[in-house]
Write a protein that binds this ligand. Structure first.
Ligand code: ADP
Ligand code: G6P
Length: 475
């Protein structure tokens, strides 16, 4: 339950992320509701913070000139940071999601550069740093998250030499050739180097960062370490290493084992006409997720007559995302056009070829969907980790189902026993889908057993403990 608080409190653990774990929603009658924010960062950090005492600094998801008062929510102290409508356009939709996001995801769509967006990014990062310093107790651990807040580490260090500063990147860090395009590249690197420890999803991401420091910034590097001049001391070492994120495996498995979740999974299948093969995609509606490639492969399999409804059906759940950014608008149009065409050509009455749903679902319903799906299709063109892939595996306590997984996800590096695909290779993707459908059940169970061993042994609490140990130097 949300409860307002007036006292200024300080904490030994402070995390900062662009979004708070809950979004403010103002209803038509003016009443305010707080709903869970979208995305993998919130999924992971919500679990991590549930067992700890700490503060979370972030934006409420609404425009405003003044910050809402801090409040406690499910045991966490939430410290809102205000963003005006102009700042949302320039810092969030602009620099974060139309400049950095494309560069950090292989320039799947072109990046846009505007100096005014950079200024807004600097100003908002400064505001986040001030808020962090306000709630950090002496000697606190400060854990900053993701690409929206890359200047915060140095801005906090400038004010507070007593705190320990870590940063974790939930998305990829680009190869130096792409990062080099960013006109403010050296200032971004200097911002990050304000941290004591930098965590990345893959070894390759950490290496890309260290290489960028050496080649574009002229910093001295050695292995995982970057040497930073730090007067009056001679120098300071910043370490950059891979700490791949995970999920609340136990919580999901418990949910999956509940009789009511299993009953709901059966009910979902029945309402889809009990197809022989239910294929499922679950993503934010983002061009990095390869939704168009997935639909193209599926459409060709239908065109070729290799599969057909009512035996086979596809459920695509696409959460609305960043809807004021042009590339996202275009993606939505293309996906909806494609779904319309596929259904027009291939549906039979009572059995559509694709069920397309443009909204999110509560966790219980997601787990029921995972349990109902015979083939989970995860086809990003680039993705830091992809928690959905791990969630599917964790939910399959029955060892059923099959995972089609893109090589371009962080998850692939842990789950290569899956039905692996290169989503750019449409023939290969079609084959991976068919293979996942046609492989005998006992072989699929063996694969799922291997995938589960990996996911169950590395959960999000272990990830957080490892990050914090790396940060505080106890590892
Ligand atoms: P990203 O962080 O890029 O959105 P991830 O796969 O890492 O991608 O994390 C997405 C998170 O959001 C997962 O926890 C997933 O279960 C959740 N999610 C994604 N789509 C939906 C949806 N349509 N409804 C509810 N939850 C969703
Ligand atoms: C990814 C990013 C997060 C972001 C989330 C949702 O998980 O790593 O930083 O919060 O997507 O995107 P949004 O723009 O809605 O916050």
């Amino acid at each position: 339950q949300a409860g307002a608080t007036t006292e200024a409190e300080t904490f030994d653990l402070v995390i900062a992320a662009n979004r708070l774990p809950v979004d403010k929603v103002v209803l038509d009658d003016g009443t305010v509701e707080w709903q869970r924010s979208p995305g993998g960062l919130v999924t992971a950090m919500e679990s991590v913070m549930a067992g700890r005492e700490g503060a979370w600094v972030g934006w409420t998801g609404q425009p405003g000139d003044e910050a809402d008062a801090p409040f406690h929510n499910e045991g966490i102290y939430l410290r809102p940071v205000a963003l005006t409508a102009d700042e949302i356009a320039a810092y969030y939709e602009g620099f974060s999601n139309d400049t950095l996001w494309p560069i950090y995801h292989d320039v799947i769509v072109p990046a846009t550069f505007h100096r005014a967006w950079w200024s807004a990014y600097e100003a908002v990062n400064r505001r986040f740093a001030d808020a962090v310093c306000e709630v950090a107790a002496p000697g606190a651990v400060v854990w900053i998250h993701d690409y929206q807040l890359q200047l915060v580490p140095a801005l906090v260090r400038a004010q507070r030499q007593d705190v320990r500063i870590g940063w974790f990147n939930h998305i990829p860090f680009p190869p130096v050739e792409l990062f080099a395009q960013l006109p403010w590249r050296k200032r971004v690197l200097a911002g990050l180097l304000g941290a004591d420890f930098l965590g990345f999803q893959r070894v390759a991401d950490a290496k890309n960062f260290v290489r960028a420091c050496r080649q574009l910034g002229g910093w001295q590097t050695k292995g995982q370490n970057v040497v930073v001049a730090d007067p009056p001391r001679e120098h300071r070492i910043v370490r950059a290493a891979a700490v791949p994120i995970s999920i609340d495996t136990q919580g999901l498995a418990e949910l999956a084992n509940r009789p009511e979740t299993r009953a709901r999974a059966r009910e979902l299948r029945a309402s889809l006409g009990n197809p022989e093969v239910l294929m499922l995609g679950v993503d934010r509606l983002d061009y990095t997720k390869g939704i168009r490639h997935r639909l193209k492969a599926y459409e060709e399999l239908l065109d070729d007559g290799q599969i057909a409804p009512p035996d086979v059906t596809f459920v695509q759940i696409a959460t609305p995302s960043r809807e004021r950014v042009e590339a996202y608008r275009q993606l939505r149009e293309e996906v909806e056009l494609t779904v319309g065409r596929i259904n027009g050509n291939h549906s039979v009455i009572g059995a559509p070829a694709v069920h397309y749903i443009h909204h999110g679902y509560p966790r219980e319903e997601m787990v029921a969907l995972f349990l109902a799906a015979d083939v989970m299709v995860v086809t990003p063109l680039r993705d830091g980790m992809n928690l959905v892939a791990k969630e599917y595996v964790a939910s399959r306590t029955d060892y059923g189902g099959a995972l089609v997984l893109s090589e371009f996800t962080g998850a692939y590096h842990e789950l290569h026993q899956a039905f692996v695909c290169n989503p750019h290779d449409i023939e290969g993707l079609k084959n991976a889908m068919l293979h996942a459908i046609q492989t005998p059940a006992d072989q699929k169970r063996r694969i799922m057993r291997a995938l589960r061993r990996r996911v169950m042994a590395h959960d999000v609490q272990r990830w957080a403990a490892r990050f914090l140990a790396d940060l505080t130097g106890t590892s």
